[in-house]
Design a protein around this ligand. Sequence first.
Ligand SMILES: NC(=O)c1ccc[n+]([C@@H]2O[C@H](COP(=O)([O-])OP(=O)(O)OC[C@H]3O[C@@H](n4cnc5c(N)ncnc54)[C@H](O)[C@@H]3O)[C@@H](O)[C@H]2O)c1
Length: 325
Amino acid sequence: MKTEFTAAFSGKRAVVTGGLGFIGSNIVHYLVEAGAEVVIIDSLDPRSGGDIRNIQGIEDRIELVSADIVNFDPVATIVERAAYVFHCAAHTSHPYSMRDPQRDIEVNCIGTVNVLEAIRRFRPKAKLVYVGTSTQIGQMQTRPVTESHPVAPVDIYSANKSVAEHYCRIYANAYDLGVNVVRLPNVYGPYANISNPDFGFINYFIGRALRNETLTIYGNGLQLRSILYAGDAVTALALAAQTDRTGQIWFAAGAQSISVKELAEAIVEACGTGRVVQVEWPEARKKIDVGDIVIDSSKIRAELGWGPAVSLSEGLRSTVEFFRR
Ligand SMILES: NC(=O)c1ccc[n+]([C@@H]2O[C@H](COP(=O)([O-])OP(=O)(O)OC[C@H]3O[C@@H](n4cnc5c(N)ncnc54)[C@H](O)[C@@H]3O)[C@@H](O)[C@H]2O)c1
């Protein structure tokens, strides 16, 4: 871990909403190591990728508040003394969002407004980083995708994430709050849920390969994806928390895009088990698939000095080692 990233967090109170989830717990581990006073707010929603085991070994160095961010009061209480807020709590499954769109709006939109309102009213000096998603752009219209690419989400989750991102921008501008957004692509790494296809296909593929099961690719598998190792996502979020810029949106993605098929094959190779199979697209999934995604992260590189440090083979190796342990 580079000390220049972490010194800012030492002794500071950092709130991580959704800190028991995949991205949130990666940030939590980073912040604990950086000497921050870490507070998690998480409802351990059974429809999410959250898991109490994600904080195993560091639980005595964290304050854990079990509460739903859809309720304003616990959010306000927890944000009151925060120097940093990493807003990771979300309804994160694309298929769930189609099955239960009202709940998706509650968590992703009202939950985000609650965090923003709490900061505006009680802690306007806190820095907030919102974890956005590349899927909100929908199908790629110009290649590569930059922050100015049009937004046309194809599923309810991505639509609500996009709305929540607008709330962040509006609060930053209207109230001069230190709010920024980092949009992530498909992220893989330790602490992910690797047994449910709803929480990211890369992590699910890793789980299937580790169990020596088949990895099913829809269609020819040539659709390109931008991907990112969790550790690199954390450094992007940490940098976004420390900047004096506000109201910014940055993409943070790995250096190269890769086809779903190549990625599945790389996972099988890293695990030494599993097998790739190809099937026709299921109709329901095809309708909410975004096709190729190729993301350009030059804005965050130029403005925050961020770049991915972990190659695909290194990232897969450490992820596989983590889950084997
Ligand atoms: N994983 C990815 O590849 C990826 C990519 C782009 C963006 N993101 C974004 O990163 C953030 C974190 O995603 P993740 O992959 O860690 O998801 P996750 O499902 O693993 O974690 C979400 C966490 O939020 C908690 N949560 C859900 N609803 C809650 C509520 N109402 N109140 C309190 N806590 C609640 C869950 O219990 C869980 O611990 C999300 O905003 C997601 O949109 C993730």
